[in-house]
Structures are given as structure tokens and as C-alpha cells.
Design a protein around this ligand. Structure first.
Ligand SMILES: *[C@@H]1O[C@H](CO)[C@@H](O)[C@H](O)[C@H]1NC(C)=O
Ligand SMILES: *[C@@H]1O[C@H](CO)[C@@H](O)[C@H](O)[C@H]1NC(C)=O
Ligand SMILES: *[C@@H]1O[C@H](CO)[C@@H](O)[C@H](O)[C@H]1NC(C)=O
Ligand SMILES: *[C@@H]1O[C@H](CO)[C@@H](O)[C@H](O)[C@H]1NC(C)=O
Ligand SMILES: *[C@@H]1O[C@H](CO)[C@@H](O)[C@H](O)[C@H]1NC(C)=O
Length: 550
């Protein structure tokens, strides 16, 4: 395959050329795009259950999305390359259907990319598709079979078919049909297929690869919600550590920053750099004693009683239900994102799953009906077969597939240690951690919250799923650093296509994430487990050269 990534290195040249071409064709769309961008092009490759409901030729610089009709992903990405935008509707049973979106760029790099969703969001993820199409990839995204915001799970009630669409059917069908449509449109084979998704998106990718190991050659998996049947009940469990609000053990959210500051005080320097970033939470043996109300130095207005101190320790602890590990706990350093611990009731990610997915009983009430056996009932039932717990990925490895997985250590929604657990379990059935290095590498990102962002000024951006939108609507790759060192998707492509193993990825944080012209604040390498980001002992701690993976 001709290297189409060389396009990137001569981008200044092509930009000039593009301006010329644009001037020449004005707002018109080129012949490939307008001529073939219609339902007729795809009629022979789609099954009877699928129908193209929209085909729009988008000119270079145009925008395409659904706006407020897409409650999960209303943002319409602007400044697109010239492309054909399609929506396909697929019937999966008498009571269920899903839709998927496709972007087919006129200037195609012969690659296919599927992107994922977040939470229980029911909508086509146009913004992540836009991030993907700017490389020249053909891109698909599914709405997962329902139409809802992120935390709404009522669509699942008494509908086992929709649960399956969300679990695995919508992503699988979208990938299969998306590929067929890509081949039909260009009348050419796809050279390489990729996946990029975080949170629910991470789960979708792992699930698809467990059921269909030949779907992807490379997968970029962020903070995966892979352990659905455990993660969702844990979401209720972790909330009960801090409920009811009237209990002595309850910690008001106004005190979370007090806990967070004490964690930084105790554990910041364990990694050898005093920078306000807890880079080694795995070494942090947090002791809340210094926050006790009678401790010397504790502020009377911002201190904890003994029961509250126990709540803090519970939040960091692994959950053993009926004596068995049910779910790892949150890391010290995640306090800035303790969203699951606020309010008078558990988060809907927990309760609404138990009501609508597990028991089909909206009257189920955590106050009187939650107990530790709920997680084992969920484990046994796994409604929709959402959980991506087939750890034997040999068929994917045999296919030649590569995985880059990452998880922010300050994630307050999905415990980072649940990714440790997945990686360890795959290692256990596939010859140990060292033998995974040739095809599956796992990066812990110090100070990064769930999928995006940081409260510790930690470098967290490397063009992972869902991250471009934090910087802007028309972001491509890692702005200013469009290369395999700073962009995890490009790194993955180089690993798959050239065999260049990913020994580190440089993460970036800017001084102002909404005005990148203010400049870079800090860059550091993130490292493949079991290596960790290690300061050399001298040099600027804002520069990646001052660190190695060890
Ligand atoms: C999804 O719901 C919104 C509002 O609730 C509606 O405007 C939109 O048409 C729906 N989309 C689909 C594909 O049914
Ligand atoms: C999609 O197909 C389902 C039937 O499977 C139908 O009920 C629905 O109206 C269709 N939606 C669109 C947008 O065509
Ligand atoms: C725990 O709760 C579930 C559902 O709320 C219920 O089915 C089960 O009987 C309870 N188990 C125990 C041991 O109380
Ligand atoms: C559920 O998904 C797993 C892969 O994660 C697969 O091995 C299993 O066969 C599926 N189970 C059913 C009942 O479809
Ligand atoms: C593979 O290596 C060639 C030669 O160095 C380079 O031009 C190309 O961009 C690389 N491919 C990827 C996907 O990085």
C-alpha cells in the first residue's frame, strides 16, 4: 500500500494545493463524492434489514451532523474534508433497530476506522468520526440501538433485544456493513482496519474483538468499561459507602478537595518529583489520620470524624462481595472526579442499570434492596452480553492484531485498577505480561481523569477517543505534534503497518486547552506497563526528555 501517512509530513504543501483546488471547484463537490454518494451505490452490499436513510455529499470545509436531534452527540463538526456522509438504519428484531453513520472521504488513505460511544449514550458520535476522517480514514460510528443521553437507561426496560444491540450487535453490524460500504464506494480493498474508543467505547472495541477477532488490525482502547456486570453494581456500592447523607460516615462533597490535597501532600513525591501530580498511586498508602478532627494541624471546619475516615479508605479499597473480588476501587488522586459520591442517591450508571438492565424493575430501590449478591446476579445474567470478559484473545493475536490500551490514574468513574485487572487476566491466560508486549501494551496515564482532562496539570492529551472535542470542534491529531510520538492512533498505525513497537507515547497539556496558541505547558512520556514514567533526576520536569520509561 502506498504510504498515505506521508500526506501528513507534506501537509503544508497539500494545504497550499488544497487552497488551489478549492478555489478551482469553489463550493462544488468533486465528481467521486457527489456522483457516488447515494443509496444506489450501496444497494448490493447491504442486507435486507438495512437501509440507507441519508446520503449527503459534503464539500471541503463543510460540516455534517444531526444537531439537537442527536441528544447524545449534538455537536456538528465543522471544517471537514470533502466526504460522503451516510446514515444507515438496521432492523435487528421486531422491537429493535440501530443506526450508524459513515464518513467516506474523497481523499482516502485506504484505512477503515470505527469509533465508540460513552456511557449509555444512544447516538452516532459525529465528533469522534470527524477526528478520525481528518487523517483520511473511512469512519463509522453506531448509535448503539437507542436514542438517549449518557445516563438514561430507561430504553432498556423489558427490551432484551435493545440490550443486545447495546451489548455487541450494533457495533458488530456497523463494522461489517461499514467495511462493505467502504469497499463498494471506492471499489478497492481496505488496507488496514482500526478501532478507537474510550469508556463504553473501550468496552465496545474489546467486545467486538472477542466475538469477531478479524474485525480490526489495531485497537486504541481508553479507560474501558469492559466489566459492565461488575462496574455498574459497584457504582451503586461505592455510593453506599457515603450514604445516606444523614449518616455520620457521610462526607460532604465540599470536603473532597480537602481529602485530595492531603493525598497530594502524602503521595506526590513518591515518584521523585514534587509537582502536584500523584504519578504513582500504586505506591500511595494513604493515611487519613492527619485529617481527623482531633489531629494536630487539622482544620476544625475541614476535618473528618472516624467514620468519614473509614469512608475514604472504603472508596480506595477493592470490593470483595461475599468474599470474592467483585471490583477494584478508585485510586488515591481521583478525588477531583468523585462524581459517583455526590448527591442523596447512587449514580444512574449504577441504579438505572440495576433497574432497567438487570431486574427490569423500575421500582427497585437501593435503600432497601441493594446487597452484595446483586453483583453476582449481574455476573450470571449479564443482560445484553455487554461484559467483555473473554480474556483469551489468542484469535485476535493470531490475526496479527495489536492493542494499545490506556487508563487515567485519576479516573473517578471507572477505576484504573479495573484495566490493570483486565490486562493481568489476559496475561494469565496468554503466557504472562512479558509475552503480551509483542501485541498488547497498557499505559497508565498519571493524573488523567476519565477519558479526558486533569485536575493536576498532568499531560493527558495524545489524540485518544473523545479527547479532540476538549480542545475544539475541528481538531486534528495532536496540534503542533502530528507524529507517531505524540498521537497514539498514529503510533498504533506505525506498530501495525511497520512493526514499530510503541515504547512510549508523549502526552501533552497546553497552558489553555481552548487557546492552544498560548503554548504547551508540559509534556511527558506515558509508559507501557510494567514500565513507569521515571524522572532522570535532573532537567526540566515539563520536558519529555527529562523522563524515561523504566
Ligand atoms: C431522538 O430523540 C430526539 C428528541 O428526543 C428527536 O428529536 C430525534 O428525532 C430522535 N432521533 C431519532 C433517530 O429517532
Ligand atoms: C428504522 O427502522 C425501524 C424499523 O426497524 C423503524 O421503526 C424506524 O422508523 C426507522 N428509522 C428511520 C430513521 O428510518
Ligand atoms: C439481595 O438483593 C437481591 C435484589 O435486590 C435479592 O434478589 C436477593 O434475594 C438479596 N439477597 C440477600 C442475601 O438478601
Ligand atoms: C457473550 O460474549 C462473549 C465474548 O465476550 C462470547 O464468548 C459469548 O459466546 C457470548 N455469549 C452469548 C450467550 O452470546
Ligand atoms: C512506515 O514507514 C515508512 C518509512 O519510514 C513511513 O513513510 C510510513 O509513514 C510509516 N507508516 C506508518 C503508518 O507510520
Amino acid at each position: 500500500m502506498a504510504s498515505s501517512l506521508s500526506r501528513l509530513s507534506i501537509s503544508t504543501f497539500t494545504l497550499g494545493l488544497a487552497v488551489l483546488v478549492l478555489a478551482y471547484t469553489s463550493s462544488a463537490v468533486s465528481k467521486t463524492c457527489s456522483g457516488r454518494c447515494s443509496a444506489a451505490t450501496f444497494k448490493d452490499v447491504l442486507p435486507a434489514s438495512a437501509r440507507v436513510v441519508s446520503a449527503v455529499a459534503v464539500p471541503k470545509g463543510g460540516s455534517y451532523g444531526e444537531g439537537s436531534a442527536n441528544v447524545a452527540y449534538p455537536t456538528i463538526p465543522p471544517d471537514l474534508p470533502e466526504l460522503c456522509a451516510l446514515i444507515v438504519n438496521v432492523s435487528t428484531s421486531a422491537i429493535s433497530n440501530y443506526r450508524f453513520g459513515v464518513y467516506l472521504p474523497t481523499e482516502w488513505n485506504s484505512r477503515f476506522l470505527a469509533v465508540g460511544n460513552g456511557g449509555f449514550s444512544g447516538g452516532i458520535n459525529w465528533l469522534d468520526m470527524a477526528a478520525g476522517v481528518r487523517y483520511g480514514n473511512a469512519v463509522v460510528s453506531t448509535d448503539t440501538g437507542h436514542n438517549s443521553t449518557m445516563a438514561d437507561v430507561t430504553w432498556a426496560l423489558h427490551n432484551q433485544e435493545r440490550k443486545k444491540d447495546f451489548g455487541y450487535r450494533a457495533i458488530h453490524g456497523s463494522v461489517e456493513m461499514g467495511k462493505a460500504m467502504t469497499r463498494a464506494y471506492y471499489e478497492k480493498e481496505i488496507a488496514y482496519s482500526y478501532y478507537s474508543g474510550a469508556s463504553t467505547g473501550g468496552r465496545q472495541g474489546l467486545k467486538e474483538t472477542q466475538l469477531s477477532p478479524d474485525s480490526f488490525d489495531g485497537m486504541l482502547i481508553g479507560a474501558p468499561a469492559w466489566y459492565t456486570s461488575h462496574l455498574q453494581p459497584w457504582t451503586t456500592k461505592v455510593a453506599t459507602f457515603n450514604l445516606p447523607v444523614s449518616d455520620k460516615k457521610h462526607i460532604d462533597p465540599s470536603l473532597f478537595p480537602v481529602v485530595g490535597a492531603e493525598v497530594i501532600k502524602q503521595c506526590d513525591e513518591l515518584d521523585g518529583v514534587k509537582d502536584g501530580i500523584v504519578s504513582r498511586p500504586d505506591l500511595c498508602k494513604f493515611k487519613p489520620n492527619s485529617l481527623l478532627c482531633d489531629a494536630t494541624g487539622a482544620k476544625a471546619s475541614a476535618c473528618l470524624n472516624e467514620e468519614q475516615a473509614m469512608t475514604v479508605l472504603n472508596i480506595y479499597s477493592d470490593w470483595y462481595a461475599d468474599g470474592r473480588l467483585a471490583m477494584p476501587g478508585l485510586e488515591p488522586g481521583s478525588e477531583s472526579q468523585w462524581a459517583l459520591l455526590r448527591g442523596p442517591d447512587p449514580n444512574p450508571f449504577g441504579d438505572a442499570y440495576i433497574q432497567n438492565f438487570l431486574y427490569d424493575d423500575p421500582s427497585w430501590n437501593w435503600k432497601t434492596q441493594f446487597n452484595d449478591s446483586v453483583v453476582w446476579q449481574a455476573d450470571a445474567a449479564d443482560p445484553g452480553n455487554c461484559t467483555a470478559s473473554n480474556y483469551d484473545l489468542s484469535p485476535f493475536k493470531k490475526h496479527g492484531g495489536k492493542i494499545l490500551m490506556y487508563h487515567g490514574a485519576a479516573d473517578g468513574l471507572i477505576p484504573q485498577r479495573s484495566s490493570d485487572l483486565f490486562y493481568q487476566r489476559v496475561a494469565d491466560v496468554m503466557g504472562g505480561v512479558s509475552s503480551l508486549q509483542s501485541w498488547f501494551r497498557y499505559f497508565v496515564v498519571p493524573g488523567m481523569e476519565h477519558v479526558t482532562g486533569t485536575a493536576m496539570d498532568a499531560p493527558w492529551y495524545f489524540a485518544g477517543a473523545g479527547s479532540h472535542g476538549v480542545l475544539g470542534k475541528a481538531i486534528f491529531s495532536t496540534p503542533g505534534f502530528v507524529d507517531t510520538r505524540h498521537d497514539a492512533l498514529l503510533a498504533l498505525m506505525a506498530w501495525v503497518e511497520n512493526g514499530t513497537a510503541v515504547d512510549e507515547i508523549v502526552a501533552t497539556i497546553w497552558k489553555d486547552s481552548t487557546d492552544l496558541s498560548a503554548g504547551v505547558m508540559r509534556q511527558r512520556p506515558i509508559c507501557p506497563y510494567p514500565k513507569v514514567q521515571t524522572y532522570l533526576g535532573k532537567g526540566d520536569t515539563d520536558r519529555p526528555e527529562s523522563f524515561v520509561c523504566k
